[in-house]
Design a protein around this ligand. Sequence first.
Ligand code: FES
Length: 110
Amino acid sequence: MRVRFLDAGGRPAGEREAAPGARLLDVAQADGQPLEGTCEGQMACSTCHVLVAPEDFAKLPPASEAEEDLLDLAAHVGRTSRLACQIWLDPSWESLTVRLPGAAHDMTGR
Ligand code: FES
């Protein structure tokens, strides 16, 4: 399935074919997206925060309470914010588009 990345301004920033069952954070990092994922999925950092495209958001299983709590602390959150370390690609999705939330954790200057 196709995973598309948009930069903070909504411009295309990358696209990658990914296997169902892959974790979104791993796919993003393999594509060179500036998602730190400092805690490697332990739900302790929120540096893996992404904004899911509105048309894709409903496909995702709801966030756990712990994920919601952490998102409350993240910068640039929106209504479709999720933690990329908590999203596993489902075979029923044809594609998934996510936007990077901004430069808060981006040290690359992009
Ligand atoms: S990698 Fe730290 S919360 Fe997702």
